[in-house]
Design a protein around this ligand. Structure first.
Ligand code: ZN
Length: 322
């Protein structure tokens, strides 16, 4: 089967070695400690003061660019190891999905070592059609080294394979004038047999609280069993919708559509005593205070497909009379 003309030049890149990408920092104890803390790793070898071994799975971490995209340390290559992918894009292969990421290790890396990696474009598969679309599997191999005066030492490799493809639906789609992308929708709640009553209540403009039929204890979040008396029998009561801000956060970053930012999210204590998490509306994020009196309201999103309880600060009668 003959291949597209334009692929010839891209295939010619297979085997190309791209220059060094350096680590911003030497292998160091604080980063090891924080990584272990986040990953829940508790191993004395990784926390040995002055001679810590880095967990092998951290290998890729040392040479990452950090928060700013493509911000690599001085001396790092300016070449783009992903150029083969870029060159496919003008031919309609706009989409990419990661397929494999395989780490292998030559030896442990220890505190004080300075790492870098080089990248080789290892292979490009023949054209393949998958459920996602038609395109090419592209495999890159990053080889990690430790700088040594007597000669740099290889410490490990990362094989990274992606599928670069033309999305299936656009193979046959007629050319249409560009239109505005549909506005992002709110994520839907995961609804189970335990929580269905809550969302059905919201659809009817009711804020429902689960109640143990045996002992009357109210509970939220909903669950199958009463934590007090272990009864499985339950019904619901309708909350008044009045409550107070028990705690809150204001989300600044990342800015995720369709939400407005800064985005105030509160833990509301209902006057019935249970608490629930909800978005606050009708208040400047900087003005939210713990103890603010709030009232529920039900707002509809996603073209009517989702009704959410949200809370709006109200003038507290206690505050007004004080
Ligand atoms: Zn109970």
């Amino acid at each position: 089967m003959s291949e597209h003309e334009w692929m010839h030049d891209i295939r010619a890149l297979v085997g190309k070695e791209y220059g060094r990408v350096y680590a911003w920092d030497k292998v160091n104890a604080p980063m090891i400690r924080q990584w272990c803390e986040i990953m829940g790793v508790d191993d004395a070898r990784y926390l040995k003061v002055g001679a810590a071994i880095a967990p092998p799975a951290m290998l890729q971490v040392w040479c990452m660019e950090g928060f700013t995209l493509n911000n690599y340390p001085p001396g790092s290559t300016k070449e783009n190891p992903y150029e083969a992918l870029k060159l496919m894009e003008p031919h309609g292969l706009s989409a990419v999905v990661a397929v494999n990421s395989e780490l292998s290790f030559v030896r442990d890396v220890v505190e004080g070592e300075r790492l870098y990696y080089t990248t080789r474009l290892d292979s490009i598969s023949p054209e393949k059609t998958t459920a996602l679309g038609t395109g090419f599997f592209v495999t890159l191999v990053m080889t990690f080294f430790s700088e040594k005066t007597a000669g740099d030492e290889e410490v490990g490799q990362l094989l990274f394979r992606v599928f670069k493809f033309r999305p299936a639906q656009s193979n046959t789609a007629p050319k249409e004038p560009a239109k505005m992308p549909a506005p992002a929708k709110r994520p839907l709640p995961g609804i189970s047999d335990d929580t269905r009553f809550f969302w059905e209540g919201a659809n009817q403009g009711k804020l429902l609280i689960q109640r143990c039929k045996a002992c009357g204890t109210l509970r939220h979040p909903p669950g199958p069993v009463c934590s007090k008396c272990h009864s499985f029998e339950w019904d619901t009561v309708q909350a008044s919708g009045r409550g107070t801000v028990y705690s809150f956060v204001v989300m600044h970053y990342p800015e995720v559509p369709p939400f407005d930012h800064p985005n105030p999210i509160a833990l509301i204590e209902l006057e019935e005593g249970t608490r629930l998490i909800s978005q606050l509306v009708g208040v400047k994020p900087g003005d939210v205070k713990i103890g603010d009196a709030v009232q529920v309201e039900f707002n509809t999103f996603n073209d009517g497909g989702l009704t959410l309880p949200q809370f709006r600060p109200i003038a507290s009668s206690a505050g007004a009379s004080a």
